[in-house]
Design a protein. Sequence first.
Length: 752
Amino acid sequence: MQSALSIPQAPSDAEILESLNPAQREAVEALDGPVLVLAGAGTGKTRVLTTRLAHILLTGRASPFQIMAVTFTNKAAREMQERVARLTGQPTEGWFLGTFHSIAARILRKHAERVGLKSTFTILDADDQLRLIKQILEAENVDTKRTPPRMVLAIIERWKDRGLPPEKVPADEAAEQGRFLKFYRIYQDRLKTLNAVDFGDLLLHNLTLLQNHADLLQEYQHRFRYILVDEYQDTNVAQYLWLRLLMLNSDGSARNLCCVGDEDQSIYGWRGAEIGNILRFERDFPGAKIVRLEENYRSTGHILGAASGLIARNSSRLGKTLWTTSEEGAPLRVQSLWDGESEARFVGDEIESLQRKGTGLSQIAVLVRAGFQTREFEERFLSIGLPYRVIGGPRFYERQEIRDAVAYLRVISVPEDDLAFERIINLPKRGVGTASLQLIHQRARQDSVPLTEALRRILGEGGFTPKLRTTLQGFLMHYDRWRARLPDMPHTELTELVLEESSYTAMWQNEKTPDAAGRLENLKELINAMAEFDTLQGFLEHVSLVMEAHKDTGTEQASLMTLHAAKGLEFDVVFLPGWEEEIFPSRRTLEENGVKGLEEERRLAYVGLTRARKRIIISHAANRLVHGSWTHAIPSRFVAELPEKHVDVQAEPGMFASHHPEFRPSRHAEFATADFHHPPRPQITVEGYARVVERKSEHRFRKGERVFHQKFGYGTVALTDGDKLEIEFDHSGAKKVMAGFVVPADKASEAS
């Protein structure tokens, strides 16, 4: 709780305004009508937002309780509250300053009875939601293996993000996903019975209150004379509709709304953020004033020039160019390397060199596109004793899916490993509840045998219910076969067999949640990690040593994280490894979303570049180990899109970086020619890639047609939607791809 005594003497309004640059001051003083502040990275957006709020108060335009300021995270909300308290000399307790969810919850508690709730309603967390969905599915006799609760919840959450209660789901979606809509209705009814809401309901019920109760809409429109919104580019449809209701007059004119955001940093489309909200601002709020913050206080000239040149390739933007009065600094270094191991070694060596020259580890970050990429860097950092931390997620070997897979391998290698057995016996779900596990434990203690042998003896005596007995007999049959193959099957192949036959891989394939694909990528990276060891026992010993080395020593650490997790952070030196086609930009994103996905990937690259204050080192490898086999990689198109004057390209001796104009993988011989230090810059263009991603086939694919894909092989078209296809591949399952990436099966020989 804040107290007035803890807040220093506040500056005057004039002093506050004098500390701003001209664009910042224009944004602060534009108090009438709708205002969009396009705040580039490092241009002081938080300062503008909080100073504007203080200016409104200090000039008497409104009282604290007539202003609402919303942001996305609790951390950002706390920072806003602290800054406003310092500027105004007043404690902010009770003000409408907070996250979308916290303010929506406050309003909902006051009027809960109008949506059929009591003011004491409970807000469910993710685990509670999943348990409730599971209960509903079981009551409806739905197989939760074929229709996982997480998938159902993800579909419901997408509807809520769009502001759609069950009765407002569009007819075409209701027809296509009728059973999920049924689950949605039951779920909402159960929540009301429990006097509970989930996070999506907080905005959804607020929309109902404002749309269906004119008196409440009028009350809050009158109360909030000014609304300020942070990170507007990250708002979803429900948040957008909520703000419109509060800010639009009956004649369609907009009142005093100020949104601060950067369309070039919109990177959360996969979780519901709608970039169109910021792009449409002038149309949605006629007469809006646009203020651009372009003076950057974070990065050097070369970094800003490179970032601006890259993002200028996007068409979905309102446009701004970052500049700085600080030094040009060093050009961005682009380093070509032979393989992933060389890349990890290079990054580790460079960090140690920087440390010797006086750069603190806490000012160094390694930013990767996907979580699975952290593994090689973690291995290298551990081997050289370089302290590091993983931000935004667990370390590689601490991830749930990796621990699960390793537990399977432990119990196959050592049947007496009861802890590993406990972890995997009901994973995926096999119907082994607490009572069944207790029975196995009791038998193990009674006979002084491992849990695996206790299970075998109980089954031999006809224990458990018939259904569970059949399931566990099947599990033991697989287990015995895996054990039998241990001496003669390569351990990487054995692991793939275990993950497939145990249905563990299928469990994540059936999860239709945003993180499921990443978990599958991590499992593939696990196979790559195992290929570096001669035996399964050697690998398992390595994992044990790694986990022991992970204990925090309390020393300064380098940061390792994904690009998504890095948004909002800044470091003196940033490493950006893995800038290769299919890794970054992500192949899956391009195949599922085409040019729209490409532009979001480019915004993600822009976010990575603008995290750095002084130096950037981008790297890419010519070869990658994928599923235990070497594949040739080519640099990301983003490397070629960096303006040449801001970049210094370097390569390992013997490397050659020429590429096919349509980005087919180069042959190894092309990488083994001349010995030179500065290879030609790769000739990759957006237009060239667009011809690949967006090329239109003269052939119109039909449902049921056989097709061929370079990566996934042969398959059958299941659904068509213009140039978007859903294909059931013979060996890879269902995938969504653009039509330009497949050919009719009878033309497969031409494509390959």
